[in-house]
Design a protein around this ligand. Structure first.
Ligand code: ADP
Ligand code: MG
Length: 590
């Protein structure tokens, strides 16, 4: 299978990655950067540059530098309320063309890093993207020479990156995504092994850029700067400086902003603190609160019904954002992943699953409890152990325990206890066979669990080749979590007594088996034994019988008695063999 790229085609930044040797990784461009600005510059002469180089053109040639084109893709002319500072029609490009140029650039980054051609990709889009926007994104991929294997929702991708695909059924999470220019909140629920979007809300005009703008204004208002007239053309520089300082203030308490040659004489130097920035950013970030509450209402949930809140988007690196999120949801957000890489990581993981280079983590399920059948003496015989990956198949051969038994009842059990009676019965099958001596019948039992957790129990009488099939719908997997926990806890609690009980039962079965065999042998050739031997065997057999019936059970005593009886019957066994050989010889001669 050929490699599939995972691509986060972001409003401000894009990333690309792939699963390499089983690990999802993000790929860096020639300058070592994994974040590619989603910016394209179209020179009058026709040259196209994308990424960091295009971003440097923005201050010089703003009319021909296209950014945030994601806000325009898949929309009809004039639809939406965002007005770009550039004129796409004038440049002669559509939003799909520009997106294709960005995607082609990402494809090149990947091919350079991997030293091979790649032509397949998974691309992420916001959860609220409609069909037209998704189709347009797909077309952009195709224009860039990529087969788009899947369009994946950004919050779902983020959840994958956070490893939340392993969440149990019905668990609910909130994905809070504050990027450069947009804010999205999504509530997801795990259903049948995949995420369902319960609700989305957000603000397409709110993000880190707004914080930069407000911060830049504040810096200017500090009064150290020349008049507004002079500074007008320099605003992009000031904004870049503000963004750089903002990012540093996520990990530092204080930063000095230096902008050389803001005008011919002045050199700007402003000391800023995190407290200054937080004062400016607070009203902007507070605007996300009502969207979060709205999404919760739409999903019909209370904050405490969420199992996890995860952070996505570069702006969630701000400590203030984390505090506000914790306050909105009444729970500390999960910050275990890089917020600006989580969506791309998720796209890579999904791509890895599709290409087969990662195991299918999304649909992967395991048996929560062991499955087996009851065997002689009421013991649990495990056929598929707990935590086995689905789908799976396993079987065993069984025989009749008693002479002239003509029916065997197979009880299908689930649980972790040693004794059948302590486990749950899922169903039973009666297998019929012609009566015969003990051990003459052969019954094969096979358990197969499909990917959906449906258990099929097949029993086959090997003599008659008659099959019986019992199907147990999903009960193998759909067990209540609490019940599973209880079952396991009980099996641990009772491990010692359970084990003793099992050893006792096994010894008792062995003893009973020996007694029957000895009685039969004595009937056949007891007369050939010398008196002493006969006496010894009889007293050993009595010991076994006594131990079996003795209360309380003494496993050690029974085991010793079994052993003595076994030893005492050595000469009897030899006699039996001799007898059998003589008989065979006679038959031959006769
Ligand atoms: P998008 O999904 O819109 O492309 P990103 O997730 O890449 O956006 O986020 C970009 C935003 O994150 C920018 O506004 C950037 O300034 C901001 N950002 C990145 N790193 C930090 C940081 N350390 N502290 C605060 N903001 C940051
Ligand atoms: Mg994003």
């Amino acid at each position: 299978m050929s490699a599939i790229l995972g691509i986060d085609l972001g409003t401000t930044h894009s990333l690309v990655g792939v699963v390499d040797s089983g690990f999802p990784i993000l790929l860096a461009d020639a300058e070592g950067s994994r974040l590619t600005p989603s910016v394209a510059h179209y020179a009058k002469e026709g040259a196209v540059t994308v990424g960091a180089r295009a971003l440097r053109q923005r201050a010089l040639d703003p009319e021909r530098t296209v950014s945030s084109v994601k806000r325009l893709i898949g929309r009809r002319q004039g639809e939406g309320d965002w007005k770009p500072s550039y004129d796409l029609t004038g440049i002669g490009k559509t939003p799909v063309d520009v997106s294709a140029d960005i995607l082609r650039h990402l494809k090149n980054i990947a091919e350079r890093a991997l030293e091979m051609e790649v032509s397949r990709a998974v691309i992420t889009v916001p959860a609220y993207f409609n069909d037209a926007q998704r189709q347009a994104t797909k077309r952009a991929g195709e224009l860039a020479g990529l087969t788009v294997e899947r369009i994946l929702s950004e919050p779902t991708a983020a959840a994958l990156a956070y490893g939340l695909d392993k969440l149990e059924e019905r668990k609910k999470i909130a994905v809070y995504d504050l990027g450069g220019g947009t804010f999205d909140i999504s509530i997801l629920e795990m259903r049948d092994g995949v995420f369902q979007v319960l609700a989305t809300a957000g603000d397409t005009q709110l993000g880190g850029d707004d914080i930069d703008r407000a911060f830049a204004d504040w810096i200017r208002s500090q009064g150290i700067l020349p008049s507004l007239e002079i500074i007008k053309g320099k605003m992009p520089w000031l904004r870049d400086a503000a963004e750089t300082a903002k990012k540093k203030l996520s990990s530092h308490d204080e930063v000095t902003i230096e902008i050389p040659f803001l005008d011919s004489q002045k050199h700007l130097s402003v000391r800023t603190t995190r407290t200054d920035l937080e004062k400016i950013a607070l009203p902007l970030i507070e605007r996300t609160r009502r969207h979060c509450l709205r999404a919760l209402t739409d999903a019909n949930l209370k904050p405490d019904q969420l199992d996890e809140v995860i952070l996505v988007g570069g702006s969630t690196r701000m400590p203030l954002v984390r505090r506000i999120v914790a306050d909105i949801f009444g729970k500390e957000p999960n910050i275990s992943q890089n917020p600006d890489e989580a969506v791309a990581m998720g796209a890579v993981i999904q791509a890895g699953i599709l290409s087969g280079s990662l195991r299918n983590v999304v649909l992967l399920d395991v048996t929560p409890l062991s499955l087996g059948i009851e065997t002689f003496g009421g013991l649990m015989n495990v056929i598929i152990p707990r935590n086995t990956t689905l789908p799976c198949k396993a079987g065993e051969m069984f025989t009749n325990a008693v002479t002239n038994q003509s029916e065997m009842l197979i009880r299908v059990l689930q649980g972790e206890r040693e004794l059948a009676k302590d486990n749950w019965e899922l169903g039973r099958i009666a297998v019929l066979f012609p009566s015969g001596p003990k051990g003459s019948a052969r019954v094969g039992v096979q358990f197969s669990l499909d990917a959906n957790g449906i258990l099929q129990v097949l029993t086959r009488n090997t003599a008659t080749k008659a099959d019986t099939v019992l199907e147990i719908q999903s009960s193998a997997v759909n067990v209540d979590d609490a019940q599973v926990e209880q079952m396991i806890a009980e099996s641990v609690d009772h491990a010692f007594e359970d084990m003793n009980e099992r050893i006792w039962t096994e010894s008792r079965l062995k003893g009973e088996e020996l007694l029957v065999a000895v009685a039969e042998a004595l009937a056949q050739c007891g007369t050939l034994l010398i008196e002493d031997e006969l006496h010894k065997i009889k007293s050993c057999a009595a010991q076994v019988r006594d131990s079996i019936n003795h209360e309380p059970h003494d496993v050690k005593k029974l085991k010793a008695a079994n052993q003595s009886l076994d030893d005492a019957t050595q000469s009897l066994a030899v006699l039996l063999v001799e007898r059998a050989m003589e008989a065979a010889l006679e038959r031959k001669l006769g």
